[in-house]
Design a protein around this ligand. Sequence first.
Ligand SMILES: [Zn+2]
Ligand SMILES: [Zn+2]
Length: 371
Amino acid sequence: MADTGIAATYHAPQTPFELREYPVPDPQAGAAVINISIANICGSDLHYWRGDIDIKKMGRPTPMALGHEGTGTIARLGSGVSTDTLGNKLAEGDRVVFQYFYPCMQCPTCLKGHTYACPVRQADRATSSDEWPHFKGTFAEYYYLQPNHAMFKVPDSLTDDEVAGINCALSQVISGLDRADLAFGETVTIQGAGGLGVYAAGVAKMRGASRVIAIDGVDERLELIKDFGADDVIDIREYETPESRVNAVRDLTNGLGTDVTLELVGHPGVVREGLDMTAQGGRYLEIGNINVGWDTQFDPSVIVFKSISMIGIAHYRAEDLKNALDFLIESKGRLPFDRVLSHQFPLSKIDEAMEQQNAGHITRAALIPGS
Ligand SMILES: [Zn+2]
Ligand SMILES: [Zn+2]
């Protein structure tokens, strides 16, 4: 293994990334170093790139590591790490998926079982890329897996392309639908047919949803989500107003609205219509709105009188990552996982990849370090 590696570092919104060379760290006890094979551009990375997220407010210094969705192989194991989270033996070169945040497992939040909400789970990103261990994001040749990580060995039956979306998009929607307790025969609306949306359609059908409705305005995305199991699509180019979209969902659900609605657009303006699409006693999963300080107005009596539960999903549990891997193994050949990644770019072309995905015609672009 090389002594140094390249990381694409973020400096400011819509400013070119800088490729910096850092020494590959020696993992401390309980940690590991991953050699990144493929790293996807997730919607949240785009929010940073566009400047939607105020990184100063979040206490994130620059140069900042970016990227979290991806997969790779074991480069180095720290002392005490010889297996994955399930006890499977690990050796250098083994392919793995990993949780990219680190619940401490000792704080009051973790002890209550809410490990996905541990307040220090992303403490590693509070220091700049120039500080050890340097490799804190997946837009790099290496990634430093902190102690307290979860990681699972990937079987040879899955390609890197198929696996790349597991540790954010797929685990996130699996966790969300589990926490929303989506039951057999219930109905679902998905606001936004990007990477998370298409996976959500597949997972909802697998859980027995009787009807999955997807809302988006890009042909490729609408086509793909149908192939992932969406029964109906609502094209926002035809249904231009929130009222028309709410009525369309109600028309498709005997006037009731859907039992579970997922917000995967990432804009506060869609929350009100999402709640209006949700049935009495339904659940509204808020996943996309990660822009701190972006405000919206809605009438809270909608939640009260319809007894709607709103559930915020920032991260997932280790078991969700394991379930995501199993879901992928079981659904391979039935769902078009190979089409979720629409484009690949070498890491050096990260600016071009960001721009193109931002234009909306790429479901998910992937970066290939070392190419
Ligand atoms: Zn993500
Ligand atoms: Zn904790």
